[in-house]
Design a binder for this molecule. Structure first.
Ligand SMILES: O=C([C@H](O)CO)[C@H](O)[C@H](O)COP(=O)(O)O
Length: 225
């Protein structure tokens, strides 16, 4: 069983709110992606927080400095999770963890572009990170990257801390990611690029939650639908 997170990566405020309305009933967490939060700012978080009280909201700040100072307004405005870059100084990572704890929320350390992912994960866990983010970014995906090898490495550490996985995950790979140890499965393009985003989100969540197989079962279901 893993939770699902839908990455809202549009730059358009109204289109983001409209897409969130379609997918919110079918996912656990709404993510305001980095380009989206940079373009639209904290007002978008306030709008989504008010409209979707039943979803957790992750704000993908990818903070690189001034962790406590940068993340605090977002937790105050209703974010459940903010991200901080694993490449940042340990003091920055600690700042986001500290402010998350101040508000009873969670901090996610994103391993994108971290060279020694095992060591940084252990350091982040020691600082009290709530979630480790295994992440193959959009540019890395364009060069053929996938998150599977990194996921196997981080899962093998058995830290006991939640693992979020992002990087081109789709319905066909959700079961693989779930079974490899993901606690949170992120999907962006697979949902917003689908003809029916709500149906795509529901399919991915059913597999992540384990209420449908996604493997042979999912394949047979598709064959006969
Ligand atoms: O975090 C992301 C990226 O860095 C831009 O903010 C994406 O939201 C994340 O990669 C999930 O999107 P997909 O890879 O399209 O599933």
């Amino acid at each position: 069983m893993a939770l699902t997170q839908m990455a809202l990566d549009s730059l358009d405020f109204d289109a983001t709110v409209a897409l969130a309305a379609k997918v919110a009933p079918h996912v656990d967490i709404l993510e305001i992606g980095t380009p989206c939060i940079k373009h639209n700012g904290i007002d978008l978080l306030k709008t989504l927080r008010a409209k979707f009280p039943n979803n957790k909201i992750l704000v993908d700040l990818k903070t690189m400095d001034a962790g406590f100072y940068e993340a605090e307004p977002f937790y105050k405005a209703g974010a459940d999770i903010c991200t901080v870059l694993g490449t940042a100084d340990l003091g920055t990572i600690k700042g986001v963890i500290d402010v998350a704890n101040k508000y009873g929320k969670e901090a996610q350390v994103d391993l994108i572009n971290v060279t020694d992912k095992a060591t940084r994960t252990q350091e982040a866990v020691k600082l009290g990170a709530h979630i480790i983010g295994v992440h193959t970014g959009l540019d890395q995906q364009a060069a053929g990257g996938t998150p599977f090898t990194d996921l196997a490495l981080i899962a093998s550490l058995n830290t006991g801390v939640k693992i979020s996985v992002a990087g081109g995950v789709k319905a066909a790979t959700t079961a693989q990611v779930r079974d490899a140890g993901a606690t949170i499965i992120v999907a962006g393009a697979a949902i917003y690029g689908a003809a029916d985003p709500a149906a795509s989100a529901a399919e991915i969540t059913a597999i992540a939650h384990g209420t449908t197989g996604g493997g042979v079962f999912g394949w047979l279901k598709k064959l006969f639908s």
